[in-house]
Design a protein around this ligand. Structure first.
Ligand SMILES: [Zn+2]
Length: 302
């Protein structure tokens, strides 16, 4: 059996009050879940180092980066972010961007790699939003292009919310194609312009959703011919998610991920996956849902 490269870090969890909508332990819960499924192998388990301020400035305003580092963001900025600043939040934010970059590099070498975090797609150039401090997808894309590791990147974002920060930061970058498939009525109220936005109506259900996913990934790959895909496998599309509206169940999420990965494998396009959004008070259930993309990766690539 071939083990897939996973990327994680013991400092990913975010200290938050229990009543907070964001489950603070979800990153370590997911790690424990994958261990339980026997999908983690120490030889293919990787950890990022922290990005420095200079590295982060390719996608974010240096003043904003410094304020996150020092904890000098305002109460208003914290409200927009949806998280209270803490040294742990700052630390994990500088780690997680490099986690996605490391995942992408491992994907380029091995065809697939999966990050046990990432998908912080609401983070904008000079402010955080919707639980997202820094934009790992934009950061990773810009670094890979700068280092000439790839020429064209497709960001295929299936989180239930639009990847508005990614779309804005990369708006003028012709070498990254941003595609967001999201719920029309969900956050953010004012949408950005991705290169391709597919807006879904409430209660769409597995069958229609799957048809749209299949059609859209084919369309993006045929049109743009990427040499790397960053896949945001958000599971807040799930019927039991606190923020989901689409009526997709476990089978629907698994079927989506299996198709996307199989299609990219068939076309020999490397793919780096990130977990994206997922909101539930039931920690076990949430870890189970986030494990779907890892189970799909294991099934397609092992
Ligand atoms: Zn989301």
């Amino acid at each position: 059996m071939k083990f897939i490269n996973w990327v994680t870090h013991p400092s990913y969890d975010i200290p938050l009050p229990l009543k907070h909508r964001f489950t603070s332990s979800k990153f370590s819960d997911l790690f424990t879940k994958l261990q339980g499924l026997d999908l983690i192998n120490s030889a293919t388990l990787n950890s990022p180092s922290k990005a420095n301020e200079d590295e982060l400035s390719v996608g974010h305003c240096i003043n904003y980066i410094s304020r996150i580092k020092s904890g000098s963001i305002s109460k208003k900025e914290e409200r927009k972010l949806g998280l209270t600043w803490s040294p742990e939040l700052s630390n994990r934010s500088f780690l997680a961007v490099n986690g996605t970059l490391l995942t992408a590099k491992l994907a380029i070498e091995n065809g697939i790699a999966c990050h046990l975090a990432g998908g912080t797609h609401h983070a904008q150039y000079n402010f955080g939003s919707g639980f997202c401090v820094f934009n790992d997808l934009a950061y990773t894309s810009i670094h890979l292009l700068k280092r000439r590791m790839v020429k064209k990147i497709l960001i295929f974002d299936c989180d239930v919310h639009q990847g508005d920060g990614t779309a804005n930061i990369l708006a003028d970058n012709p070498n990254v194609f941003t595609c967001s498939i999201h719920s029309r009525k969900n956050f953010p109220v004012i949408k950005a312009n991705s290169d391709l936005d597919i807006e879904l109506e409430d209660e769409i259900g597995n069958k229609k959703y799957q048809d749209i996913i299949e059609h859209t990934i084919k369309r993006c790959v045929n049109f743009f011919q990427p040499d790397l895909v960053l896949y945001d496998a958000g599971i807040d599309v799930h019927v039991n998610d606190q923020l989901g509206r689409l009526n997709i169940n476990d089978e629907g999420c698994l079927s989506r991920d299996l198709f996307v990965l199989s299609y990219l494998k068939k076309h020999s396009i490397p793919v780096a996956t990130v977990i994206g959004g997922g909101y539930s008070k039931d920690r076990i259930e949430l870890a189970n849902r986030h494990s779907i993309i890892f189970r799909a990766a294991h099934e397609v690539y092992s």
